[in-house]
Design a protein. Sequence first.
Length: 314
Amino acid sequence: MTAGARPQIPRWLVVAAAAAVVMGGVASACAEAGAAPPVVIGAGATAEQQLLAAVAHEAVRRAGVPVEVRDGLGGTTGLRRQALADQVDLYWDYTGAAWTLGLRETAPPADPLESWERVREADADQGLRWLEASGANATFALAVRDADLPPAAGQRGMGWLAGELSSGTRRLCADPDFLARADGLPSLAAEYGIDTAGMPRRAATEDEAIRAVRAGDCFAGLVTATSGAARASGLVPVDDELRVFPAFVVAPVVREGSPADRLSVEAALRRVTEALDTPTLAQLNARVVDGADPVDVAAGFVDDLSRADATPAP
């Protein structure tokens, strides 16, 4: 996530979440010209949402489907509003954000598959069809410097970090809501047995937490697992083995009956979601943080997929 506005539940428990555009004239003109109307992709406000929209645009365009992107539509709420108003045909969303912001439900599931299945079922009644989910989970995570991880890969989860934070010498930087609310740090501490009584802590935004961890002022910081800024700063999200944090699985959503609701679009996006996992999305985001154009990053990613598809299996 790049860490990117979330519902009026804890700021740390929401994904960073528009002009209405009339498509009637465009569709009519395309019909008169004998061409199919373009697939309108909605792009959200965060850098990650814009990158994902660019990836979808590139993949669908290469499948021979006319496509265009509408920018600046906000977060989950804005994108859903545009789709339900028949102004957007395709957009990317996060299951946890759709559950809390779009569907106004509470307690978003922590299991990625359950999270996707619940929003897919609930949104079917709205005429929104969730396509196959990616392996990217833009959930919350505590991140540390790569150099501070223990050498054994199997010992790098929250169980290890719980011991470090319980020592009384390791500072945690995190959103003040996360530090204070019962369903934030206290819940995480209860699940992992973190002794927070003497644990140094500092209230910080995500960007502040990333800078503090990078500088060594904090040992761990609360980030979004797909954060490009964290990745570019050499930070690694620690695995939440017990799945305390809710799932924010990244997946494309199409409006039923729209130009995006066809097999060619679904097939083009399936190849993307099959290749997109949490580290990959974080790496793509990091390239944007480092100054690359999201359109160029998206094209490079789809190029890599095309090359992989063209390479004969050994």
